[in-house]
Design a protein around this ligand. Structure first.
Ligand code: DSN
Length: 415
């Protein structure tokens, strides 16, 4: 996109849009929740459907003029069913957080009990953090990962479920690098008569491609976002059995949302279509191999990975064992100067604060989209380690910056 029309009417916004395009082209996006969608997805998201109001669902709208909205939403739903094998799909949530809120309002009353992973152990704000509406409405208990192994403590979760007697157990995480045993959590949910909501926001693409086991058909509800590893239009998705379909649909609309963002749903449909194509499985497999290669390189430089490695698209580095005086924010800021963009992250047993935590999280979905393979990921790991060792050394930052420029130029995103 060239933004020529915006430039004619609004140069200030056109400058920002062009700047962002150049930023993405010239830097290495390693925020684990980000990806680069195709030009086709972006075109669909900027379509005339942004003007349409389609409150309701395909074939049952509250306004006229929805025949093409029906086509697009129907395509998104059918493609999602094929990708994840769900009986019922709702593609209207504006985000993964909205998808979670819709499921919670569908099955809970205020004051009911939610059991979810602590945010500092890899959970998510929308799973009941006190600052989130879910934390204000519900009584929230948290389970944790094992301090020693950094892996989910399924026995601890089971014990806690028996004492907390939750109405829902939330699984699925935003900073957990290991394979999740959905069936073990489902067994606990069954034993305590709780619903099970599996939030696969980060790993939607890995699950669709068979790179991570699927909770669909195991958990009562599966939520996700559609712009991360699945690389489709921005937003959320809910999957469930027919038994829960009406409750979920009415919780999304009119429960917590009004008109769906039909232009984004068009982007979801296009991205899901791409993910059904022959190349997506190879892409998802490369995402995982790349994360593994990145983790190996970081470990070779003495950095400590939470859980000792990764099975997914991300690695979580605990800086405390190797660099006790360096914080995640120090590293995030120094890396950003060089063109490597990732985020500071809390780690299990966090001893600093959420704003200036002790770890960094790095993901490979976006770099894999632009063609990076294991050799480049090992090089990126070497560069990250150099910056972690000397975040204030301007000559190191300049050398890393030059290497980042070369890597970005060899793997261009946009012509
Ligand atoms: N905030 C996103 C992440 O980076 O994990 C998830 O919503």
């Amino acid at each position: 996109m060239t933004y020529e029309t915006v430039r004619e009417t609004d140069p200030a916004v056109a400058d920002a849009l062009t700047g962002e395009r150049e930023r993405q082209n010239d830097t290495l996006a390693m925020i684990a929740s980000e990806n680069h969608v195709s030009e086709a997805v972006m075109e669909a998201q900027s379509s005339e459907l942004t003007n349409n109001y389609a409150e309701g669902y395909p074939g049952g709208r509250y306004y006229g003029g929805c025949e093409y909205a029906d086509d697009v939403e129907g395509l998104a739903i059918e493609r999602a069913k094929e990708l994840w094998g769900a009986e019922h799909v709702n593609v209207q949530p504006h985000s993964g957080s909205q998808a979670n809120m819709a499921v919670l309002t569908a099955i809970l009353e205020p004051g009911d009990t939610v059991l979810s992973l602590d945010l500092t152990h890899g959970g998510h704000l929308s799973h009941g953090h006190p600052a989130n509406v879910a934390g204000k409405l519900y009584d929230v208990e948290h389970y944790e990962v094992d301090d020693e192994t950094g892996r989910l403590d399924y026995a601890g979760l089971d014990d806690l479920a028996r004492s907390a007697d939750p109405d829902v157990i939330i699984s699925g995480f935003s900073a957990y690098p290991r394979t999740v045993d959905w069936a073990a959590i489902q067994e606990t949910a069954d034993d305590v008569d709780a619903h099970h909501l599996a939030d696969i926001a980060h790993i939607t693409g890995l699950v669709a491609a068979g790179e991570h086991p699927s909770p669909v058909g195991i958990a009562d509800f599966v939520t996700g976002s559609t712009h991360k590893t699945i690389r489709a239009g921005r937003g959320g998705i809910i999957m469930c059995d027919e038994e829960h379909a009406d409750d979920v649909d009415s919780a999304v609309f009119p429960g917590i949302q009004g008109g769906p963002l039909m232009h984004n749903i068009a982007g979801k449909a296009v991205g899901f279509g791409e993910a059904l194509g022959p190349e997506f499985e190879a892409y998802a497999a490369q995402v995982v191999r790349n994360a593994d290669a990145l983790g190996d390189a970081l470990e070779m430089h003495g950095l400590s990975l939470v859980s000792g490695g990764t099975d997914t698209h991300l690695v979580l580095v605990d800086l405390r064992p190797s660099h006790p005086d360096t914080t995640g924010k120090d590293v995030e800021a120094a890396l950003e100067e060089t063109g490597i963009v990732l985020n500071a992250n809390t780690v299990p047993g966090e001893t600093r604060s959420a704003f200036n935590p002790s770890g960094i999280r790095a993901g490979t979905p976006a770099l894999t989209t632009r063609g990076f393979e294991e050799a480049e990921m090992r090089e990126v790991g070497d560069l990250i380690a150099r910056v972690v060792d000397a975040p204030e050394d301007e000559s190191v930052l300049a050398e890393v910056s030059a290497a980042v420029d070369d890597l970005a130029a060899s793997n261009p995103l946009y012509e």
